[in-house]
Design a protein around this ligand. Sequence first.
Ligand code: B12
Length: 221
Amino acid sequence: MSDELFAAMRQAVIDGDAPTAATLAQQALDDGVPPLDAIDNGLVPGLSLVGEQFAEGELFLPDMMLAARAMQKAMDVLEPELQKMATQRSVVGRVVIGTVKGDIHEIGKNLVGMMLSTSGFEVHDLGVDVAPDRFVEAAREHNADIIGVSALLTTTMAGQRTVVEALAAAGLRPKVKVIVGGAPASESWATEIGADGYSEDAIGAVALARRLMGGEAVARA
Ligand code: B12
């Protein structure tokens, strides 16, 4: 039963139990559960709950770190399967993605990068804590069509605006599009900072990127 499996995956993340999270991820694949369903219904809700409990002072930073580690171990099992689902062989567009300066959250950014990559985009991941100039440099280096900027903290989200401004100052806008995401970002935030789009999740990010490339938004297969 997928529901029971998802509940167990959720709990393994909450408990920060990396070996169990990885074993359950493998079980999901063995049971034929689509990897993205396991991520969205099993792992992410666990991590979200840990985040809420952290905000309420019921859990602490080490708990959040353990939960993130458990999620990452499960992702290590699921990622190769996600990559196998790649649909498109020709390059749809070139994306440079990274998390803003001062911010080390990477799980969501990695998922977005991976989904874009399996959907035919050439993805260059700059990692976390990325300075605006590095985004500009990489945009030039890779002849990027789209820059994806992730921020998970209210204190670092202003970095998304700085990236838009740095690209403009370098003369790369509006040719190079900017998409933003992460918990504090929103559609109105994207509009406010002059970005070209926002998505709340990885599937939406693929549709958005395709739209910006002038292609049709493709529904989840
Ligand atoms: C895991 C986690 C951590 C881990 C990160 C590990 C890692 N390797 O990434 C660790 C433990 C290191 C961490 C540290 C901190 N964290 Co933290 N963390 C989280 C947590 C629980 C989950 C984040 C996550 O991975 N979610 C799962 C992924 C799949 O979702 P996602 O990141 O939202 O990404 C999706 C979308 O947002 C979107 N997306 C994301 N990026 C992009 C980019 C583009 C271009 C697009 C289009 C879409 C997109 O698509 C993704 C896939 O669906 C959140 C709580 C939460 N609900 O977000 C807190 C949270 C973000 N953290 C928080 C805090 C406060 C911190 C710390 C400051 C704690 C501290 N006192 O030190 C530090 C900051 C360190 C730093 N300088 O960055 C707060 C932020 C509060 C705020 N308003 O700013 C949160 C919200 C917890 C809370 N409720 O208080 N954290």
